[in-house]
Design a protein around this ligand. Structure first.
Ligand SMILES: Cc1ncc(COP(=O)(O)O)c(C=O)c1O
Length: 441
């Protein structure tokens, strides 16, 4: 039997319910938060916070491994991992120790000076990527901004090759690359552009996995193609391996740069460190963020030797990017991934989970198909009840998110076990039954 990557501590004395109770008595489940505390929080946020998030009425106080505890001490199984951020588990002792040690030593100086942990992290990523150089920032959007800038800079002034006008970037419909302006323009979802005109120029969108559409979109102005090897935000939609291979061939034929946004699918989530490793297709530029620091903000833009030399002093930078604290957290995270063989675990437990979801789908008729790799999983429903199912599961102590009306997205920490999956399936089934039992309007 598999064991969890590290021990879950005993529940606090204030706990009002436990997992077993919650799943067995789901119909009469206790309120899952301390109502008064939560109410005060919601009220205060409504007065002082910019209301740009549609939040669920839950707040967490503590986490360990794949477990979270809310304000009332109720325990949850976290199959969302802070949206693909918590890779090695909440508050992993080795990461906590690295953060604590670094916080006691030195947190920040500036990129004017050398930062040992930053160089060490770049060395690690250089080795993992087979020779790419690294630039560090603080988020996925920033990593993509750096990628888009370096792609355009690569073609700037290449008059000898007649490339001087190449600045256009082709991306995929339904892609998601972040909320800053260029990353937003690269995002192939018009709903996110609405109200923010004028958008930066030079972006085109083509359907994913349609090589002819891509071929048709390339012209003399095209500089780069930007893709997520597995689209995350729009509901876990993988690019076919053959498609990626054909995209690489087109890039080579026309001298274009290939950029992979691995902000969500990178850092081991698919069972390999980079999502592209499944297809064998190497990008020229690659972005990482979410999972790299196990919750401490850090982003990275990796570039091949040839592309990397286009950023020279003064062309790009970040005040906080690659500081002592975030790099210490990322180094510790990568060490734990290796020490605990967590990528292999993500692959194994991910396959187990996928099979369980498929079997559940056959029994209930509720699942059309399950897609994704490793622990990046999307379950496509046959009925538009994703949000209701997500909320009913949350009440039963299982966290995941709903994409649109019909996709359940699971992005758990890699330390989950087969037993955790079994528990999650019980909660999911209890949630489904509660919806079946609920009186219709
Ligand atoms: C593939 C991808 N790229 C970029 C981003 C943006 O990352 P951030 O929110 O850290 O700016 C996200 C966030 O969901 C993402 O999934």
């Amino acid at each position: 039997m598999s064991v969890t990557a590290f021990e879950v501590p005993p529940k606090p004395a204030t706990a009002t319910s436990d997992v077993a109770q919650t799943s067995q008595t789901s119909a009469q489940a206790e309120p899952h938060v301390d109502e008064a505390r939560l109410h005060a929080l919601v009220q205060a946020d409504a007065q002082v916070g910019i209301q740009n998030y549609g939040r669920l009425a839950v707040g967490f106080k503590r986490g360990r491994g794949a477990r979270l505890w809310d304000h009332a001490g109720k325990e949850y199984l976290d199959f969302l991992g802070g949206i693909a951020v918590v890779t090695v588990g909440h508050c992993h002792p080795a990461v906590t120790e690295a953060i604590t040690r670094q916080a006691e030593t030195l947190v920040h100086t500036s990129n004017i000076f050398y930062i040992e942990a930053q160089v060490e992290l770049a060395q690690k990523l250089h080795q993992l990527s087979g020779g790419m150089r690294a630039f560090f920032c603080n988020s996925g959007a920033e990593a993509n901004e750096a990628a888009l800038k370096i792609a355009r800079k690569y073609f700037h002034g290449r008059n000898m090759r007649g490339d001087a006008q190449r600045a256009d970037i082709i991306t995929a419909s339904d892609s998601f690359h972040g909320r800053t302006y260029a990353a937003l323009a690269a995002t192939g979802q018009p709903k996110y552009h609405e109200g923010f005109a004028p958008m930066p120029q030079g972006f085109k969108y083509v359907p994913l996995n349609d090589i002819e559409a891509l071929r048709g979109a390339i012209d003399e102005n095209t500089a780069a193609i930007l893709l997520e090897p597995i689209q995350g935000e729009s509901g876990v939609k993988p690019a076919d391996d053959k498609y990626l291979q054909d995209v690489r061939a087109l890039c080579d034929k026309y001298g274009l740069l290939l950029i992979f946004d691995e902000v969500q699918c990178g850092v081991g989530r698919t069972g390999k460190f980079f999502g592209w490793e499944h297809s064998g297709v190497r990008p020229d530029i690659l972005t990482l963020a979410k999972g790299l620091g196990n919750g401490v903000p850090i982003g990275a833009m990796l570039a091949s030797e040839e592309v990397a030399k286009n950023f020279v002093p003064g062309t790009h930078g970040s005040t906080f990017g690659g500081n002592f604290l975030s790099c210490a957290a990322a180094l510790a995270t990568l060490q734990v991934l290796e020490d605990e063989d967590l990528m292999a675990r993500a692959e194994r437990v991910g396959a187990y989970f996928k099979a369980k979801l498929e079997a559940w789908g056959r029994e209930t008729g509720l699942i059309d198909h399950v897609r994704g790799r490793g622990l990046m999983i999307g379950a496509v429903l046959t009925r538009p009840i994703a949000r209701e199912l997500m909320k009913a599961s949350l009440e039963r102590g299982l966290i995941f998110n709903a994409v649109g009306t019909d996709v359940l997205r699971f992005l758990p920490p890699y330390c989950i076990s087969e037993a955790d999956v079994d528990e999650a399936m019980q909660k999911l089934e209890a949630a489904r039954q509660s919806l079946e039992d609920a009186p219709s309007e």
